[in-house]
Design a protein around this ligand. Structure first.
Ligand code: SAM
Length: 361
């Protein structure tokens, strides 16, 4: 089973850096071959997680013998900060820390302080919420702006079956409350919907958070990685999700907050808040994708569904200058042509893609 896992540093999983055409790379907004600007950076700070969500890190693959990355392989906080500053020079204004479970990375508050000091940077984090009640106020003090908390059901049995680590719903709800109390608001709540598993949890979830000020986003189950056994039949289309919610709680569409926003926004017609749907399977949004991803061990990926990446850590650790790193990032982004979700088929679903826990969700 473990042969299905893609080790990032596997030979053949690394792309050669595009050749330098200039010795000097001015910073500033950088666009790819489809005119998409580099605007967001997702950073996976650990490949470890204390959940074993069946659609992300299935226990039969990520079992007790699974070898996570040794510490020396991870980017250090100083390396992450250095790269983040170079990315900022190319137009990145938003960083999301993710993983794995980012709150498992020791002293994460220190990294947050370092990244929050980059002028104009919007800093957010995605978490399973298990440690959030304890850490929310320290995260806020360190400079974190908002959090997204993953929660796949309010039904205890369904949630425990999906996280496969016996975590109770109450602990995640306490994390959401703690985040809101600390001012990490509005809190977004991500629910991945998988056919036959938690579709009955959609309406209760929308009902529970209606009027709370938090924003639930329903995500179509995606074929990320190579281990989650994805089938198109397991996807609950967001149109269906909207239909069932609208039946009980009438909805109307609202404009995106900014171009390229991942979730389509809908508000409750009675004025009691909004929900979102993320339709990466049924309504692909590659055309507006402005996201780069930095893996736990410092590979740069230009798509969530990538099968290979660029080794920025090797550049960092071989003494490359700021200008050389900046040039490499510019060349990679300018050559970018990814639009996986638009060309997805049953066949592409079986490509050996990098696992979500490395590449960062
Ligand atoms: N551990 C953190 C968490 O649970 O939020 C951050 C990492 S997790 C990989 C980031 C997000 O990706 C979560 O909201 C998770 O539900 C989502 N995710 C993971 N696998 C997915 C899949 N196959 N399809 C859709 N979303 C997925």
């Amino acid at each position: 089973m473990t042969d299905r896992i893609i080790r990032i540093a596997d030979p053949g999983r690394l792309k050669p850096l595009p050749a330098a055409g200039s010795s000097s790379w001015p910073s500033g907004a950088t666009s790819d071959t489809l005119g998409r600007k580099l605007h967001d950076l997702r950073i996976s700070v650990t490949d470890r997680c204390n959940f074993r969500c069946i659609y992300c890190m299935p226990r039969e693959v990520f079992g007790p013998d699974y070898a996570f990355l040794p510490r020396s392989e991870l980017l250090s906080f100083e390396e992450i900060e250095r790269l983040a500053r170079v990315f900022a020079g190319h137009g990145v204004e938003k960083i999301r820390l993710t993983g794995g479970e980012p709150l498992l990375r020791k002293n994460l508050e220190r990294l947050i302080e370092m990244l929050a000091a980059i002028p104009g940077m919007d800093l957010t984090l995605t978490t399973n919420g298990s440690l959030l009640a304890k850490k929310a106020s320290a995260l806020k003090s360190a400079g974190l702006k908002r959090v997204t908390v993953s929660l796949d059901s309010l039904d205890e049995q369904v949630f425990r079956m999906m996280n496969d680590a016996d975590f109770p719903v109450s602990q995640v709800l306490a994390g959401i409350d703690g985040a809101a109390a600390a001012g990490l608001a509005p809190v977004k709540i991500n629910m991945v919907v998988k056919r036959g598993v938690n579709e009955d949890s959609v309406v209760p979830m929308a009902r529970h958070f209606k009027g709370s000020g938090h924003i639930v986003r329903f995500i179509e189950f995606m074929d990320v990685g190579a281990t989650n056994g994805w089938r198109l039949d397991d996807v609950v289309p967001s149109a269906e999700i909207l239909r069932v919610i609208d039946k009980e709680m009438p909805l109307e569409p609202i404009d995106p907050n900014y171009p390229g926003e991942v979730a389509e926004r809908w508000r409750h017609r009675d004025g009691s808040g909004e929900i979102g749907v993320i339709s990466s399977v049924t309504r692909a949004f590659c055309r507006t994708c402005t996201r780069a991803r930095l893996s736990t061990e410092g590979m740069l990926y230009s798509c969530l569904f990538a099968t290979a990446g660029y080794d920025l850590r090797a550049m960092l650790r071989s003494g490359a200058s700021e200008n050389e790193i900046s040039g490499a990032i510019a060349r990679i982004w300018r050559a970018r042509a990814d639009r996986y979700s638009e060309i997805r088929t049953a066949e592409t679903a079986h490509l050996r893609k990098i696992e979500m826990s490395y590449i960062g969700g």
